[in-house]
Design a protein. Structure first.
Length: 72
């Protein structure tokens, strides 16, 4: 699906709220990661919203997401 979207000229941006979510989109060909820390508040764009008090602040998440996505 990523290849078909890119062939149609679509840029793919994926929202991540956890370092573990960062690696897969990068290696699938995403053009950008939209990183949302706890400061985003409310309903963030991640896969699960079951523990809204758990998570990472933006600065920590940026560093961890960059490191995690580089390892995959």
């Amino acid at each position: 699906m990523v290849d078909a979207l890119k062939a149609a000229g679509v840029r793919i941006w994926v929202t991540v709220t956890d370092p573990a979510e960062a690696g897969r989109p990068k290696h699938a060909g995403a053009d950008a990661l939209v990183v949302q820390g706890l400061e985003a508040g409310g309903h963030r764009g991640g896969r699960a919203d079951d523990k809204p008090s758990d998570g990472f602040g933006l600065l920590a998440l940026l560093r961890l997401a960059a490191n995690d996505s580089d390892r995959r």
